[in-house]
Design a protein around this ligand. Structure first.
Ligand code: PHE
Length: 339
């Protein structure tokens, strides 16, 4: 019985069969149980001999079953591991990566240029106070220049900033002139109550620039803007300054770059003049300086405000500003950047 049992156990090639064998050999109706149950009918001399013999066989068989179970479990594990092998030499599947929006690429590029020129990049709130957006920029209440910028008011004193110029006042207030000149740019979204069309959006971007030191001149402004224009639009660009008006600069200028959309001849894009307006600028008004606690007798400088949307439209031939904000993938994918 024992030899046959051991043979069967070793031949069992899965857990189910092994369990069947266990039940057959050691179960309630199995031969060993039967022998043990019969002990009571044996004589006093035979009983201990038969009993210990039967128990020994029972023990041997049951440990053989345990051993075989371990072997089978091990085999199952091996099989599973072999099946689940990962081939680490397979080339990975490329993950789809996004790319910065073309407006952000334009702004990033300008930031890099200005950082290289020693400017710092500062941020300011898009929900701005009337105080900073207007008062500090020399536009008091009832000043007609408020009509230049149709404003989204939130409360009487709180509004969506109409330009990034309030960051001029914010940085003037903070700057410690004993540590050197103030040179900053401040890019960000601005808001105006405009009806959206191909050239107007109620929300667009500006990039403010401000340089304040002891001997800053309009020549510095022109030189700086020329660097910007040529960096963005190509080395052969010329710029031209036209007198203009802003309450926070005196004198104020508007800046055109030589037209390149139509080979310099002057087309519709350039209003048939050969020039196209790209930004507003000027020498910072003494009132702006003194309101921010800077002495206009000692310090002065220039400020400019340019439109990254406008820049990107000209540079990439986008003829509808709304394209930037509709997130049509066919549009966005044209500006996929190599990563
Ligand atoms: N803030 C002006 C605008 O939004 C632009 C500007 C900035 C003009 C700085 C002069 C100096 O139109």
């Amino acid at each position: 019985l024992k030899d046959q049992g051991l043979q069967d156990i070793q031949a069992a090639d899965n857990q189910q069969k092994l369990n069947d064998i266990r039940v057959k050999l050691l179960g309630k109706k199995g031969p060993i149980t039967e022998v043990l149950r019969g002990l009571k009918d044996l004589s006093n001399e035979e009983r201990p001999q038969v009993g210990s013999f039967a128990n020994k066989i029972k023990g041997d068989l049951s440990s053989a079953i345990d051993d075989q179970l371990k072997v089978l479990d091990q085999k199952t594990l091996q099989r599973r591991l072999a099946h689940e092998t990962i081939d680490v030499t397979l080339p990975g599947r490329p993950a789809p990566v996004g790319t910065p929006h073309i407006l952000n690429q334009t702004i990033d590029d300008l930031e890099e240029l200005f950082i290289g020129l020693g400017y710092e990049v500062i941020d300011g709130p898009e929900v701005e106070t009337d105080h900073y957006n207007f008062e500090m920029m020399n536009i008091p209440r009832n000043h007609p220049a408020r009509d230049m910028q149709d404003t989204f008011y939130i409360t009487h004193d709180l509004l969506m900033r109409t330009h990034t110029s309030p960051n001029q006042a914010r940085s003037l207030e903070k700057h410690d002139f004993s540590k050197g000149p103030l040179k900053m740019i401040s890019p960000g979204r601005v808001y105006r109550r405009d009806n959206d069309d191909a050239t107007h959006s109620h929300q667009f971007n500006q990039l403010e620039g401000l340089v304040i030191d002891k001997h800053v001149t309009m020549a510095d402004l022109k030189g700086t803007l020329e660097v910007v224009a040529r960096h963005v639009f190509g080395e052969e660009r010329e710029i031209r300054l036209r007198p203009s008006y802003f309450p926070f600069t005196e004198p104020s200028i508007e800046v055109d770059i030589s037209c390149f959309a139509c080979g310099g001849k002057g087309c519709r894009v350039c209003k048939y003049t050969g020039w196209i307006e790209v930004l507003g600028a000027g020498m910072v008004h003494p009132n702006v300086l003194s309101r921010a606690g800077v002495d206009p007798q000692v310090y002065g400088g220039f400020a400019f405000g340019l439109g990254p949307d406008r820049f990107a439209m000209l540079k990439y031939g986008v003829n509808d500003i709304r394209e930037f904000y509709q997130n049509d993938l066919r549009f966005l994918h044209q500006f996929q950047r190599e990563v």
